[in-house]
Design a protein around this ligand. Sequence first.
Ligand code: NAD
Length: 425
Amino acid sequence: MSSSHLSYVQPTPESPWGTYLEQVERVVPYLGPLARWAETLRRPKRSLIVDVPIEMDDGSIGHYEGFRVQHSLTRGPGKGGVRYHPDVTLEEVMALAAWMSIKNAAVGLPYGGAKGGIRVDPKKLSQKELEKLTRRYTSEIGIIIGPNQDIPAPDVNTNAQIMAWMMDTYSMNVGATATGVVTGKPIHLGGSLGRVKATGRGVFVTGREAARRLNLKLEGARVAVQGFGNVGSSAAELFHQAGSRIVAAQDHSCTIHNAGGLDLAELMPHIRATGALAGFKGAETIGAEEFWNLETDIVIPAALEGQIDVARAKKLKTKLVLEGANGPTHTAADDILAERGILVVPDVICNAGGVTVSYFEWVQDFSSFFWTEDEINVRLDKIMVDALRKIWDTADRHKITLRTATFAVACERILAAREERGLYP
Ligand code: NAD
């Protein structure tokens, strides 16, 4: 692990920040003279911790920990989602912000990297409490966000409604409607067509390209998806449309399996109605650990970090892992997958479709001129394919994994910008 130690976090090899530091370690040999700036990558530029107090429906006062971390602002404003989850910590948000810096640079978007979160179980809050929480959090981090400074977006347990409240709160505070302060907004508030499904679409596009290189036919391919929320379900729908069979799905409620392929036309309305996979009649329920034992062609982790550990990496029977989630694979597990010849398309390129369409949304907001869904999807496809091609060439040239290659492409861009800007003062 890195020689650098920040006094305020204690990363381990499996923790998100520890995983990220190891990924940086591995790319340093490929950075040439730019390596002298590598320490920049190991230190977030700015980390804001805020208290978010709200009056609960029963009259009591609840206090929640909120975070916004700007890992890098070297290539442009900060950009990255906001997560509501009971396990959110500063360390996790730091890693997620850093992965955003890598992702944005890998795809060539003119952004740095940022991420935010609140340590809360939103399922335990009423709609009114959720709105108060969102508005107070937005107001607290309002000193560092803005259309030209740092632009939040949805992540785990946050959605277009939450973005609308964030946009409104920020706008009220600055005295002008500022649609460009967040992305992933409702369409009539300056949102972009195609944004909701963009991350899943990017997972599909990178998966399609990787499958082509592996000579793996998507038609009939067996796909297992962990996390059936925004990213997982959107990716599953596109693989389904391409003729693949979604043989298993897992969410917080249960794991379901159907060797013939899940009927998504029945499953999606069930999820919309109940919020979970549990209770779906068209599949058998299996144990959570069995998910990792299934014979598949493609596995898509699209839930949370740290899901593929060494034990799971040893037993996975698949050809291709598409990291829809951020940081789903421990570093030691990554090595095992590589040794076993299982190709991993890493998060930092695989799930970049969301931020790419967020970028389109931000551009549309600034110009107040909106594109058709077809234009969005065609541009997204091209950006993802071009970015992946460059990463693949880098991987082939240095004989390194796609993950290290993505870091190499991205870190070179970030550190070249750092060098060109120079250090102030
Ligand atoms: P979401 O809240 O819409 O869905 C999360 C899904 O994970 C749900 O189905 C939930 O039930 C499931 N889940 C939660 N805990 C689980 C557990 N312990 N085991 C199995 N499943 C579990 O979130 P999302 O927006 O789809 O994000 C999923 C992942 O994708 C996250 O890692 C996120 O950072 C990443 N991501 C999201 C976006 C985006 O645009 N939404 C973009 C890039 C990356």
